[in-house]
Design a protein around this ligand. Structure first.
Ligand SMILES: [Zn+2]
Length: 390
């Protein structure tokens, strides 16, 4: 059922009725090897943001969520057009993800995204954490805090993808909820294993997307504590100057959870080849994002039409692999439902299950079955098998 009947996204979706054409080489390979599903590891989702801030019951199907918001007459961008929920993530064969605590401080009051004080950000991060814990109690999700947790969960998922809970590594997008550099110990105790210091704009720790300021003074003791805890830093959303300062100041593991190339969308949110190479040299992994503001040159939110297709991500995957000289440093970090909906996804992406079409697209581009598996999950699993505590 399509609630945006007549939109380009829906017309294109109708041309691709199958998530995965049954005769595909990858599907046959999986069948021959006895593996019935391709595990997808999504390194960037904002699941609790949707459950708590957007007040969605994510145990429902996407079609139900869309229908409820339409019935309520919601017209804000992203409403009536969600692309994921817990059952939808299962359909998409996403068995493991990084999901965020996300609460950004904004300077003025009464804004429609973000919070006015650091203390409110801290409280909202705890609300997100509490929601994940409630889902754990219901058996719908499972927090992965150690290498052993990750290995056991992946084995469990392969044994029974229809029943395994959604495994998640807890991350924070923007350190606004970290009241002072020592608060990170408390979040680590709660299970936090990765953190990006900034989001949009500048915060108390440094410059992020759309601004060009460097790291703030408080970032240095925070990075020292992160290093002591052995957490990985997500370098996505750092300003250029903050990115290079962080690489100089921090010797621990880094990754870029949802980070496209400036060759794909030429503005500061994306990385230059030099930034990609720096992440690759530090043995990091880079996630491909599916928000069209990061996939389409000149896209203006609320004005432009989403014309990029899912295959644009394969162009971006090619860029990373060419810079690396191998396929070891690229994965998926979809960012779907990250404060927007289907109005801002690739024109042929209606729900997150459509990401499974990547296997065929990669295969047709000449990637081997082993390469496809590395991109869909293997690289992130390798990275976190090393980065998580023993
Ligand atoms: Zn983001």
């Amino acid at each position: 059922m399509f609630y945006h009947a007549g939109s380009a996204a829906d017309r294109r979706h109708l041309r691709f009725p199958d998530v995965m054409p049954r005769g595909s080489r990858v599907r046959q390979f999986r069948f021959l090897t006895g593996v019935t599903a391709v595990l997808l590891f999504d390194a960037h989702l904002d699941i609790a943001l949707n459950a708590v801030d957007w007040n969605r019951d994510l145990r429902q199907e996407v079609d139900e969520l869309r229908a409820q918001e339409r019935a309520l007459g919601m017209t804000e961008p992203g409403r009536c057009g969600s692309t994921l929920s817990l059952p939808e993530l299962r359909t998409a064969e996403i068995g493991v993800c990084l999901t965020t605590l996300l609460a950004r401080q904004e300077k003025e009051v009464n804004h429609n995204f973000g919070w006015t004080t650091p203390e409110t950000c801290y409280a909202m991060a705890h609300a997100h954490l509490a929601w994940y814990r409630a889902m754990e109690r219901q058996g719908a999700m499972r927090m992965l805090k150690t290498r052993g947790d990750l290995a056991a969960h992946v084995a469990d998922w392969h044994r029974d993808p229809k029943r395994a809970p959604l495994g998640f590594i807890l991350t924070m997008e923007g350190a606004d909820p970290v009241l002072n550099p020592d608060t990170i110990f408390e979040f680590h105790e709660h299970g936090l294993r990765a953190i990006g210091l900034t989001h949009y704009g500048a915060n108390r720790y440094g410059g992020g997307t759309r601004v060009e300021v460097g790291l703030a003074v408080d970032a240095i003791p925070l990075l020292e504590n992160i290093s002591r805890l052995g957490m990985t830093v997500d370098v996505t959303h750092l300003s250029d100057v903050a990115f290079w300062q962080l690489l100089d100041r921090f010797n621990g593991r880094i990754h870029a959870s949802h980070q496209n190339s400036r060759r794909i969308a030429a503005w500061q949110r994306q990385f230059s080849d030099e930034q990609y190479k720096a992440v690759i040299e530090r043995d990091g992994v880079i996630g491909m994002a599916f928000d069209v503001i990061m996939m389409q040159h000149g896209y203006v939110r609320g004005v432009s039409k989403a014309e990029a297709l899912i295959e644009r991500a394969v162009d971006n995957i090619d860029i990373v692999c060419q810079l690396a000289g191998n396929v070891r440093h690229v994965g998926i970090g979809s960012d779907l439902d990250g404060g927007y909906g289907v109005e801002q996804t690739p024109a042929d992406l209606d729900k997150i299950r459509d990401l499974q079409r990547l296997t065929d697209l990669l295969s047709h581009r000449g990637y081997s079955e082993a390469d496809v598996a590395a991109i869909m999950h293997g690289n992130w699993i390798r990275f976190f098998s090393e980065a998580l505590p023993a």
